[in-house]
Ligand binder design. Structure first.
Ligand SMILES: NC(=O)c1ccc[n+]([C@@H]2O[C@H](COP(=O)([O-])OP(=O)(O)OC[C@H]3O[C@@H](n4cnc5c(N)ncnc54)[C@H](O)[C@@H]3O)[C@@H](O)[C@H]2O)c1
Length: 271
């Protein structure tokens, strides 16, 4: 879709990948809303971007706050046509059977339910506009499983599945959907996670991660070309292929029970 003149709403827009997406969209001529639980950070970033940017306080888990955010954006800019559900925290790197349940609940609430809240708030308006695009930030952990990333992986796989469903639902309305699946990116994720009372051991060394600005550029291209999967790290192809091959192999001796056909409107097209 055309970026210039679009109104983009980005959660987790104060920092890291969300901010980089906001910067890329802004540079391409969009008006951008940086929505974040960290209002001070969002304000600093919006001020730096200048005229076509605004900051909003939003905890993506708080449903009533989404409605207030929508009204604030409409009053300032107009109807949102690009939604980026990006806000997130990192994993606590504990095994599923012993991790504190509150860590699991919070991660799922932010990443999965927060994404659903964004869709419920802005997609009905996009349907009325007859155009738009939704980007959901998942992770490479949404395409392959790793031990001790349990809650994170569960939420990210769910976001990939939700995005595939959303794409099938919105294609007839002329609205695109992408799911962003990065590997390690240099951001403030460890500090953000720590703020939630969850210590993220030294997995996220900024110097090892990709420059978030490159991720922002790849997302811009993904929106323009309506790509379903936005992949940033080529080196994980073997892992994802191995998983797909394992799945396919499991079909080899499966019983061929007739019936239960997938309805045609549910078909997924990656292009
Ligand atoms: N950094 C990586 O290596 C990496 C890799 C794959 C996926 N991701 C995903 O990218 C997304 C962005 O993370 P990042 O790496 O840029 O980290 P970051 O900490 O730099 O940015 C995350 C932002 O989300 C905000 N946020 C957290 N909880 C929120 C809430 N409840 N409501 C609103 N805003 C909230 C934070 O305040 C922060 O500004 C996350 O979903 C993360 O899981 C990151």
């Amino acid at each position: 879709m055309e970026i210039a003149g679009a109104i983009a709403f980005i959660t987790g827009g104060a920092s890291g990948i969300g901010l980089a997406i906001g910067e890329a969209l802004h540079a391409a001529g969009a008006q951008v809303v940086l929505a974040d639980i960290d209002l001070a950070g969002a304000r600093t970033a919006a001020t730096r971007l200048g005229e076509r940017a605004m900051a909003l306080a939003l905890d993506v888990t708080e449903r009533p706050a989404w409605e207030a955010a929508r009204k604030a954006v409409e009053a300032r800019f107009g109807t949102v046509s690009i939604l980026v559900n990006n806000a997130g925290i990192g994993p606590d790197l504990q095994p599923l059977d012993t991790m504190p349940p509150g860590n699991f609940d919070r991660l799922v609430a932010i990443k999965l339910t927060g994404t659903f809240n964004g869709i419920q708030t802005f997609v009905p308006e996009m349907r009325q506009l007859g155009t738009g695009h939704v980007v959901n930030t998942a992770s490479m952990a949404g395409l392959m499983a790793s031990a001790r990333l349990g809650a994170y992986t569960a939420a990210k796989f769910a976001v990939v599945g939700l995005s595939e469903v959303l794409r099938a639902e919105l294609a007839p309305a002329g609205i695109g959907v992408s799911v962003l699946c990065p590997g390690l990116v240099a951001t403030n994720l460890a500090a953000t996670t720590e703020r939630e009372g969850i210590t993220l051991p030294a997995i996220n060394h900024p110097e090892q991660g990709m420059d978030a600005r490159l991720v922002g550029e790849l997302v811009l291209r993904g929106i323009r070309e309506n790509r379903l999967y936005i992949i940033t790290h080529a080196q994980y192809l073997a892992n994802v292929t191995a998983r797909a091959d394992g799945l396919a192999a499991a079909f080899a001796d499966a019983p061929n029970h007739p019936g239960g056909a997938i309805p045609p409107e549910a078909e997924i097209s990656p292009d």
